[in-house]
Design a protein around this ligand. Structure first.
Ligand code: VG1
Ligand code: CO
Length: 576
């Protein structure tokens, strides 16, 4: 194995390979001699992690000590990590490289034994999860604000993942937040930057820093799950596809796997180079921000299959020629067909979906005779179910699908499972979707987002509806008669922890639903999410326009929550 030459400017740099050859760990170097510095600091009041870590505008993170306070608070909330490995990487957005360097220095000063970092500071969220698990790291720090825009005025984010590769559970994120309120100092090293672009290992401050290929571990995992031979044969026989990486982190993964390994023609992957500002776009794979792909897929020039992923590579958009597959339907269809892929031939142990996600997957679970779990929004709630072997496939309406192969949702994984299903069934996407609806019925589904609403108005709206919930059952509304209404609370079947206030639900007697919640990932004002669902068993009525099919529910939601009056908006910002 050839290791990169450590740049001369590194203080006490050594080849890890040299040590490894001698069977040693870099512990012979005395700590303390390593210029550890303790820096006095004051708490910031706004470091509460949301649905997926701490997300703020870049200038907020650029305040002196802001990043360091949060990283030290993470370390202070962990136990017994001395000498263990920490994985670090991000989606390549603006400020990624700087924060990677900060994390490396602070990890060394706090006693980690090794940092594994993706070359260039890059690691997609699912790849980070894969590396944490595969290399048995203590945990990982993922730098991403996912689908939020990047650049100097865009968003940035920091998330901690535990040793199972998944997002830290609430117990830990709560502890981190508590720590940020009292922190008075942090530890770092007085060292210059590490060369992130050269593969190999060096040593700083008694800690090994190993720059790894960000794609390799992940690519090997994908090859172990899917029938690459069948997919390769499908491409060889003329199957066409476009994958839009949206100038974000999945570009290198998609090129390596789709084009180089599976033989899709060069140019299949577009916008494949990660840019710090994502080319000025929102790397959000939905019908608004991936409109170009959508338009192509609805045109005569459409390839057989279209897909996209988000900033950090954990979301997916699936569009067949002439048909957009809603994420909720995609979850259900993948669950129903997963056995066609070698990694899932044994069948599913169970399915899990977030509460706002449509009930389409529940029907598949019922038919398969396995349990379906309903969790709060956010991937951290799936971890326990996956670890306990209660579920194999999980998904969210927000374009997140994944399985027990890692502990994050995984955009490219979903795309590859779709390709595997297409290669096995040899049918167009449209036909597969229609057959699925004919078998299980169709769950018409849409989400209406009201972005950057005044936070007080949004909270007032929620409080008002929450106060009315108890009086709603039995009420007749344009969408039907209310059967039940509540503020969703989740009791984890594995560890018994309870998470309350996870979204307001109004359930109708015919199975239709209205759900309202405030986003936990927004960085400006409040984003209100209105989720609408109606079940249609009759195949003769499966051809309706989604928004038309849900019009009653939209009207009812406005009546119940006074959306227009309280937000001052006549229409949602984004409809997905
Ligand atoms: C949103 C989605 C949620 C997803 C989360 C993180 O959260 O609704 O389903 O898990 O983003 O995804 P919220 O609280 O804004 O609704 V990602 O790809 O942004 O890490
Ligand atoms: Co994401």
């Amino acid at each position: 194995q050839v290791w990169g030459e450590p740049p001369a400017r590194h203080y006490h740099a050594l080849y890890l390979a040299l040590l490894a050859a001698r069977g040693q760990k870099p512990t012979s170097i005395r700590k303390g001699a390593m210029s550890v510095v303790t820096v006095a600091t004051k708490p910031f009041a706004d470091q509460k992690p949301g649905t997926s870590g701490l997300r703020k505008k870049v200038p907020v993170f650029q305040q002196p000590h802001y990043v360091e306070n949060f990283i030290q608070s993470i370390f202070d909330s962990l136990e017994d990590y001395a000498g263990t490995s920490l994985v670090v990487g991000g989606d390549g957005r603006y400020y990624n490289r700087e924060v990677v360097q900060t994390v490396i220095r602070m990890a060394a000063a706090n006693g980690f034994g090794r940092v594994l970092v993706g070359r260039g500071g890059l690691l997609s969220t699912p790849a980070a999860s894969c590396v944490i698990r595969g290399r048995e790291a203590f945990g990982g720090i993922i730098l991403s604000a996912s689908h939020n825009p990047g650049g100097p005025d865009g968003d940035f984010g920091i998330k901690y993942n535990i040793g199972n590769g998944g997002p830290a559970p609430e117990k830990i994120t709560d502890a981190i937040f508590e720590r940020t309120k009292t922190i008075s100092e942090y530890r770092t090293l007085d060292l210059s930057n590490v060369d992130l672009d050269r593969l190999g290992a060096i040593e700083i401050g008694g800690m090994a820093v190993e720059v790894i290929d960000p794609v390799a571990d992940y690519q090997a995992l994908m090859a172990s799950l899917f029938d690459f031979t069948a997919i390769r044969a499908m491409f060889a026989s003329g199957f066409t596809m476009r994958f839009d990486a949206m100038h974000a982190v999945t570009g290198p993964y998609a090129r390596a796997i789709l084009e180089e390994e599976l033989g899709a023609p060069a140019g299949t992957v577009v916008n494949g180079t990660p840019l710090p500002d994502f080319g000025g776009h929102h790397p959000d794979p939905n019908l608004v921000h991936a409109k170009e792909l959508y338009d192509l897929m609805m045109s005569d020039a459409a390839p057989d299959f279209g897909a996209a992923s988000d900033g950090d590579g954990d979301r997916n958009l699936i569009i067949g020629r002439g048909v957009f597959v809603t994420p909720s339907d995609s979850l259900a269809i993948l669950a129903a067909n997963a056995h066609l892929a070698p990694g899932y031939r044994q069948g599913l142990k169970g399915i899990a979906r977030s509460m706002p996600t449509s009930g389409a997957a529940d029907r598949v679970a019922a038919k398969l005779g396995v349990a379906c779990y309903e969790t709060p929004t956010g991937w951290k709630f799936f971890g326990n179910l996956l670890d306990a072997g209660l579920a194999t496939i999980c998904g969210e309406e927000s374009a997140g699908t994944g399985s027990d192969h890692v502990r994050e949702k995984d955009g490219l994984w979903a795309v590859l499972l779709w390709l595997n299903v297409l290669a096995a069934r040899k049918q167009p996407v449209l036909e597969i979707v229609r057959e699925h609806w004919a078998t299980y019925g169709r769950n018409y589904y849409s989400r209406h987002d009201y972005e950057e609403v005044d936070a007080k108005a949004a909270n007032g709206l929620m409080d008002h509806l929450r106060a009315r919930l108890d009086s709603l059952p039995g009420t007749r509304l344009p969408a039907g008669t209310v059967q039940a209404a509540d503020d969703f609370a989740y009791s984890d079947p594995v560890d018994g922890s309870v998470s309350a206030n996870q979204g307001l639900r109004v359930l109708f007697t015919d199975g239709s639903r209205i759900v309202l919640r405030i986003s936990g990932t927004g960085t400006a004002g409040a984003t209100l999410r209105l989720y609408l669902e109606r079940y249609e068993p009759d195949p003769a009525r499966h051809g309706q326009d989604t928004q038309a099919a849900l019009a009653d529910l939209v009207e009812t939601a406005d009546r119940l929550a006074e959306l227009k009056a309280r937000t001052g908006r006549q229409a949602p910002t984004v409809i997905t």
